[in-house]
Design a protein around this ligand. Sequence first.
Ligand SMILES: *Cc1c(COP(=O)(O)O)cnc(C)c1O
Length: 385
Amino acid sequence: MATYRRLPVTFERGEGAWLWDTEGKLYLDALSGIAVCGLGHAHPAVSTAICEQAGQLIHTSNLYGIVLQEKLGNDLVRLAGMDRVFFANSGAETNEAAIKIARAYGHHKGIDTPHIVVMENSFHGRTLATLSATGNRKVQAGFEPLVSGFIRVPFGDAAALEAVARNAANVAAVLVEPIQGEGGICIPPKDYLNRVRTLCDSQGWLMMLDEIQTGMGRTGRFFAFQHNGIVPDVLTLAKALGNGVPIGACLAKGAAAEALGPGSHGSTFGGNPLACRAAGAVVHTLEKQRLSERAAGLGDRLLKAFRQTLGDLKGVTDIRGLGLMIGIELDRPCRELVGQALAEGLLINVTADKVVRLLPPLVFSDEQADQLVDRLSPLIRKFLD
Ligand SMILES: *Cc1c(COP(=O)(O)O)cnc(C)c1O
């Protein structure tokens, strides 16, 4: 169906941060399939894992034990400081699990109509519940009636959350992205997540973090919440978890980890041997090669370089980022930049109309980072001319 406005290019092969199209033209990938291929394209550890597992066992069913799922679950729980995992196949589906956990938790506490506080300008997916949670009218328009039970507040505004606590008695959880990705690489005040944590503790609300875009090393820590020294009650992952093999994980701790019991949720494909083997290889590689630290260093290098090359331009209103999640905000809509960069062999993205979004793979070399700056900065300069 015509659900995508596609760019006029088709890729045939990839290696690391490089992609070749069907004409043999070479591209530098600074988007990673929207924060999915954190290890770059055709990473040997992932490719080998998939090939070996495909020859052994792809799928059985969650009716049976799945050793690879248990192993991946244990690794994720250890890394995140959580208790349990539910495996799904996409980001939206993973957030659906979180939403169901919040409702089950609320009902268990005796709240008849448990509500979830969500943010303006957020993105949580395209299923009915997750588009209802999403703070973007363009995502919702035409699909009413929306799912009810969400209360919306401005992002990054802890005082607004505290006001909800004073005025609403039916809240079960808060769902928030540590950094809004689709929303334009919006970074909240440094102590925001700490204040959300404190409020959730005092109110008995679940703190649910959507780390589908920020997770898996991208922001310079394995999970973005680790910058704040807190731990959420619920954590959702997808995108980079399988480096392109569809898999999502909803992690939970404490009471949230006990909210769903046998028969209350499920997924046919979720956590099957193939997906878990691939994600296991991703987790192992991220840890072994300390790629979150690499992302932090590369991010600093890129931010510094972009500030040097673009900081003087009046049309550039902000250059911000954390690790390899970088936004260059202009004073005008700039969607054309995507096509102009593509023509020059560079893959970038524009989100929230005016924000050039860069999500390069964590395996980017210093040379590739410098090349990205050397090639993109003149394009932006020319565009603003
Ligand atoms: C991409 C994304 C989703 C949705 O993931 P899908 O796999 O496309 O369903 C949800 N939340 C955030 C923060 C995302 O970036």
